[in-house]
Each structure stands twice: as structure tokens, then as C-alpha cells.
Design a protein around this ligand. Sequence first.
Ligand code: NAD
Ligand code: UDP
Length: 318
Amino acid sequence: MSDLTRTVITGGAGFIGSHLCDHFVGLGHEVICIDNLLTGSRDNVAHLESNDRFRFVLHDVTRFIEVPGPVDNVLHFASPASPADFERLPIQIMKVGALGTHNALGLAKAKKARFLLASTSEVYGDPEVNPQPESYLGRVNPIGIRGVYDEAKRFAEAITMAYRRVHAVETRIVRIFNTYGERMQLDDGRALPNFISQALRGDPITIYGDGLQTRSFGYVSDLVRGLDLLLNSEVWEPVNIGNPNEVTLLDVVKEVLELTESESELTFLPLPPGDPKVRRPDISRARDLLGWSPTVGRAEGFKRTIEDFSRRLESQGA
Ligand code: NAD
Ligand code: UDP
């Protein structure tokens, strides 16, 4: 019997999942990356494929998940996450949040593994309080366009707690706020990938609404460090992980245009229904219980992300 720590990462070929694969392979774990490549890419983990402690499994986690041998950790990150996909893939989003989470929990239960759920600030919906503490119960419209994602994640949190209460699975829940970085899809549809790709191509920057809505953008390395701390803590209550530095989208666009030295024009398009007006994490719980706080600011994080996008756009001949 091997005494390697074995970690399953669903959605491991996605943006965040691939950084988690890097992190845990780097720590010496054996990593089993399960992904159906719906919104991810094998390119994101290509550099790991020659490592004998890394395995890619092409599988849809809405179907039974079979992993031979022991498993120590199940990190459930499979799910489309871009609002552009809320209209394009609504049923896949609901299925992976519900059936996929059920299967991932079943795997954790069978293997007596620790389970970490990737939840989201979207469980707070279009919030009436700012910043949002974990105690805020949210304002979600179940029949709105965003409802498929918000309710799938709320269901996922609820079934995670049920498995904890009924089956004593060791569960962790992270509520991730807007996170960006290298390997986001160029055509992902979220604000930063859109702005950076548009700026680098010299295309018009698409601003939805007046651009005065706010978000708080966190860099992926800070998130990964927080996830590791949470996984290894005894904190079972949901924990917000995000950068509380709140900014309007118009200011984000200005920063991206400066860093890319782009002369793209701005084009204002209608605000999608249900688009939250403000969003900012209250990170007191992560600070107090995990000793976590973000360290990478937008200037540095945007620079690294822009370099990555620039390289990929060049290799596409764009
Ligand atoms: P992503 O789209 O890059 O990654 C999601 C991955 O899940 C993709 O590789 C996709 O192919 C895979 N996937 C989707 N459905 C699947 C299925 N049925 N079976 C197997 N694999 C499947 O998105 P991301 O930004 O890396 O998000 C990862 C997780 O983090 C998601 O659960 C998302 O809801 C959550 N999250 C992300 C953010 C963020 O700002 N990036 C914020 C909150 C929550
Ligand atoms: N947004 C925008 N232009 C774009 C994409 C997004 O103005 O090309 C806005 C979007 O309406 C939202 C904010 O940027 O107010 C963040 O959007 P994102 O898609 O990144 O995710 P969200 O935070 O809404 O889940």
C-alpha cells in the first residue's frame, strides 16, 4: 500500500482546478483530475501529464464516479462558472451542481475522504448588504437567468451539510468571490477575460450597464493558498475567500487599458438581468480562523494575467 496522499479534483482541467492540480502535485500528492472538458481544456494540465503522480480522467461527474483505491481528499470544482454560460448551459449547470455534487459526496463517503465544495459569492445573489459576511442569507431569484447557477450552488451547500450531518463526512465549503488569473479561457465571457482579450486585440471593450456596478477581484494564487488552509483546518462552516478591494467595472477597464497600452474604445451594452450591483467579501472569518488574507493586488495580478493572455493570443495568430 502506498502512503501517498491521494487527491481527486473534479473540474481539474478548468481555470481554478488546474492551479489546484499544480499545487497538490507540487506538495507530493497523487492527483486524479476528473473533467469532461465542457468549459475546461486539456492544455491547462498538459504540463502535468508526464508526471506519474498526475492522472487525467475524462468523465462527466453527473454520472457515478469510480476511483479505484484509497482517496484522502475530494475537491469538487466541476461546474461552468461564467455568467455567459448561465444562458448557454443552464441544464448542465444544474446537473453538475446537484447530481455532480451528490456523486462527489458519495465518493468522499465511500473512501472516508475529506470533501471540499467550491461554492460561490453568487449564493448571496444581488445582495442588500455590502460587504457580504457568511451569515448573510442572500437574495436570489430562483426563476431568473442566474438562478440556475445560484440555486445549484445553494443546493450543493445544502447536500454537503446533509452528508456531514447524516454520514459524518468531513466537509469544507468555500464561497469563492470573483477570481482571475492565468488559464482563464480567452472567450470565457466573464469581465476580465473579455476586457483583456478585447484590449489586446484592439476590439471595443464591452461594458454592461453603466459600468458603475462593483466587484472585488482576487488573484488565483491567493485563492489556492486559502483553499489549502481551509482543507487542512477544522472549519466546516462556509468561508468567504476573495479580495475585499472593491472597484467599479469602469475602473477595472481603465486599469486594463493602461496595462495593455490599448486604444480600444468603450461600448456600453444592456446590463444582463439580475446582475448584482455590488459585491465585496467580508473576510473576517478567513482572517480569524485560517489566518488568511490576500497578498496579490490588481496591478500585479492583472499584469501576470495579461502576459498569459498575450502569449496565448499570439500563439493563435490573433
Ligand atoms: P472553469 O469553467 O474554468 O472550470 C470548471 C471545470 O469544470 C471545467 O474544466 C469544466 O470542463 C469542468 N466541468 C463542468 N461540468 C463538468 C462535469 N459535469 N463533469 C466533469 N467536469 C465538468 O471555471 P472556474 O472559474 O475554474 O471555476 C471552478 C469552480 O469554482 C466552479 O465550481 C465555480 O462555480 C467555482 N467558482 C469560481 C469562481 C471564479 O471567480 N473563478 C467564483 C466562484 C466560484
Ligand atoms: N461585465 C461587463 N462586460 C463584460 C463582461 C462582464 O461589463 O464583457 C460586467 C458584468 O455585467 C458584471 C461584472 O462585469 O457586472 C462582472 O461580471 P462577470 O461576468 O465577471 O461575473 P459576475 O461577477 O457577474 O458573476
